[in-house]
Design a protein around this ligand. Structure first.
Ligand SMILES: NC(=O)c1ccc[n+]([C@@H]2O[C@H](COP(=O)([O-])OP(=O)(O)OC[C@H]3O[C@@H](n4cnc5c(N)ncnc54)[C@H](OP(=O)(O)O)[C@@H]3O)[C@@H](O)[C@H]2O)c1
Length: 335
């Protein structure tokens, strides 16, 4: 029998890839979106849509009852919707925490037989690793998020753990790939001929290619494991210089290295925040982002998910950059 899954945040970067991989694996996919959501990446997919004007307890109750009348209960729910950047601290709480609570309550009420609730959290919920020892972050360490985003994800994780539903929490590190707009900005900067390197000490960063993340998620859905938290990364770590050197190589550009003192970055961030307060757009560069860039240790281990589920990443950073850059070129995001 077809396995039914409902996915929130399905029209975004990560969500649209989850939909595609779920379809490839034979799931019956339903996306819950807002009626103002941009559906560009979903329009050619054979999925069902639940459209709501906003994610509220009343709207969810109605939408879930309608779904159940037609399809019966879903097997799985993937709560992937979330804010990675916000203009106001309250926005993280309003979206990352409150939405999670609305989904959990509506599911407990309407889909009591749900087999698994997967929550897309983030490595930010753990916070950076020790900068003296530079040991890899793992699931057994105490969480200490250093950003408002990370704190909101950790608070949402607690709701999931206390919900009584069978759950899986995923904590991906930086996700990149086709359709991503954040790492894309770094590639654009390199293409402009500048390779900014912040601070004196190099940062250790980690990555996961978006389809590998989607595969990891779907592996945890069908595996018998429940009530566990998994870090997701490709298992390697890179310095900023190593990352930009791989990217420059794939882009075939010679950007010159521009060292930028940390304090100057902070000054720029504050200026960007000031100017953006007059516009509706949320800037990619903000104080949370500054704190993320300032932390030197984002190395993390993927051993737990590999050992428990047998999942393994397929795409390394060099291959993933090549695939992403090809996509940006084909879609005229870069020349
Ligand atoms: N990208 C990364 O590097 C990364 C790393 C770790 C974890 N994550 C997590 O992965 C998930 C997806 O992120 P992404 O990078 O794919 O971001 P994205 O492209 O911005 O997608 C975010 C999704 O969440 C939905 N959403 C946001 N605010 C909402 C609201 N108030 N009500 C309903 N839906 C809302 C968006 O719907 P609309 O289009 O309608 O706004 C969109 O579908 C997030 O939970 C994020 O925290 C991402």
């Amino acid at each position: 029998m077809e396995r039914k899954v409902i996915i929130s945040g399905a029209n975004g970067f990560v969500g649209s890839h989850i939909c595609e991989i779920a379809l490839e694996k034979g799931f019956n996919v339903c996306a819950i979106v807002r009626n103002k959501s941009d559906l560009t990446y979903l329009k050619n997919l054979p999925i069902q849509l639940i459209e709501v004007s906003s994610i509220s307890p009343i709207e969810l109750g109605r939408a879930f009852r309608d779904y159940k009348d037609v399809n019966g209960e879903p097997d799985f729910f993937i709560h992937n919707a979330g804010l990675t950047k916000a203009k106001k601290a309250d926005d993280f709480k309003r979206v990352n925490v409150n939405l999670t609570s609305y989904f959990l309550e509506a599911i407990k009420h309407t889909f009591p037989s749900l087999k698994k609730f997967v929550f897309m959290s983030s490595l930010a919920a753990h916070g950076p690793g020790d900068e003296k020892t530079m040991t890899e972050i793992s699931e057994s360490e105490t969480d200490n998020p250093n950003t408002l985003y990370g704190k909101s994800k950790l608070e949402a994780e607690e709701l999931v753990k206390n919900s009584g539903l069978p759950y899986i929490i995923l904590r991906p590190t930086g996700v990149y790939g086709p359709r991503d707009k954040d790492y894309y900005l770094m590639l654009k900067t390199l293409l402009s001929g500048i390779d900014p390197q912040i601070g004196i000490k190099q940062q250790s960063i980690s990555f996961i290619y978006v389809t590998d993340l989607a595969e990891a998620l779907l592996t945890t859905l069908t595996h018998s494991v429940t009530n566990e938290t998994f870090i997701i990364s490709d298992g390697k770590s890179y310095t900023n210089k190593e990352y930009s050197s791989l990217a420059k190589n794939q882009l075939r550009v010679k950007a010159f290295i521009l060292p930028i003192p940390q304090l100057l970055v902070l000054f720029i961030v504050r200026l960007v925040e000031l100017f953006s307060s007059f516009s509706k757009k949320t800037p990619t560069l903000n104080y949370d982002k500054y704190l993320t860039m300032k932390a030197k240790n984002w190395k993390c281990s993927n051993m737990k998910i590999r050992t428990v589920t047998g999942w393994a990443p397929k795409i390394n950073l060099d291959q993933g950059l090549k695939l992403s850059i090809n996509w940006y070129k084909q879609n005229n995001w870069i020349k």
